[in-house]
Design a binder for this molecule. Structure first.
Ligand code: GUN
Length: 283
């Protein structure tokens, strides 16, 4: 079997086009331009690439991009004061503080200072709680993008066995919540899981979000399963996922490539979340 390749790049382009349509309507009919503020501390090269790309795509869909690049040594007080300003700014509808933060800062305190209504990352404890209890929440962008691709590929996910490998707050845990909300039977596996390959092999859906290059191999995959690879690992100057693409694609029914799978969907969902936040802010 050769797996269908799930084209995240094309899917994301379609979402951005819809977002651009919403933005144009907001602007023409209501004179409102959605604004996304991104805060980056320090010079981490990967974070700089993400932030540049977010800014470019924000502008491309017609939204206002506000970038704050701060020194790595910025104090928590200064950062919290900037967040308070952005919370109060009526032209800012979404706020994203790029993670990871430098070690001297308390990420939880920083995230919890963001107005939950502007928390387009969906990381604020209020949004985490809302997602877990089935209330309308800002949903984290990467797992939201994964869910959209799964629904597009499989239709109704109800009753399917899903294994999420990785238990991070950014991807693994919210991914599990979203799959549960769609009535999957969900297992969250991680580095301490016993017989991980056997656990994965039971799944109709495997979401790999561990940050270890090519860890998931074809012998972990049930024939015909759908594989979503969240990993973006830099190896020998190139990008590889958490899945060994060739061996997984030989067994799976469908798989996302790296690059060109989950990555573009994350930014498209960020833009969609910002429009949602803007519409909610203006009733
Ligand atoms: N760093 C890596 N992924 C993300 C993300 O989705 N949001 C933020 N804020 N930082 C990140």
């Amino acid at each position: 079997m050769t797996a269908d390749v799930i084209d995240g790049k094309a899917f994301a382009a379609g979402i951005r086009e819809k977002v651009a349509g919403h933005v144009a309507r907001l602007s023409e009919e209501h004179g409102i331009v959605p604004g996304l503020a991104v805060v980056l501390l320090g010079e981490d090269p990967a974070s700089q690439v993400y932030v540049r790309s977010k800014g470019k795509m924000t502008r491309e869909v017609g939204m206002k991009s506000i970038e704050h690049r701060l020194d790595a040594g910025t104090s928590e007080e200064e950062l919290l004061s900037l967040i308070a300003e952005l919370n109060a700014d009526r032209e800012v509808h979404g706020i994203l503080v790029q993670l990871p933060l430098p070690g001297h800062l308390n990420s939880e305190a920083v995230i919890d200072a963001i107005d939950p209504a502007k928390d387009v990352d969906g990381f604020h404890i209020s949004n985490v709680g809302k997602l877990a209890t089935g209330q309308a929440a800002m949903v984290p962008c990467t797992p939201l993008g994964c869910l959209m691709m799964l629904r597009e590929q499989l239709g109704d996910l109800s009753g399917l066995d899903a294994v999420v490998i990785g238990r991070s707050n950014i991807v693994g845990k919210p991914m599990a919540q979203l799959l549960l909300r769609d009535s999957c039977t969900v297992t969250v596996a991680h580095s301490r899981t016993k017989d991980l390959p056997e656990v994965a092999k039971r799944a109709d859906i495997v979401v790999a979000a561990v940050g270890r290059p090519k860890m998931v191999t074809g012998d972990w995959i049930k024939p015909g399963a759908t594989v979503i690879d969240v990993g973006i690992n830099r190896v020998d100057g190139g990008l590889v996922g958490d899945c060994d693409y060739d061996s997984c694609a030989a067994v799976a029914g469908a798989i996302t490539p790296v690059p060109g799978g989950v990555g573009p969907m994350t930014i498209a969902c960020l833009l969609a979340n910002t429009v949602t936040a803007c519409c909610r802010a203006h009733g």
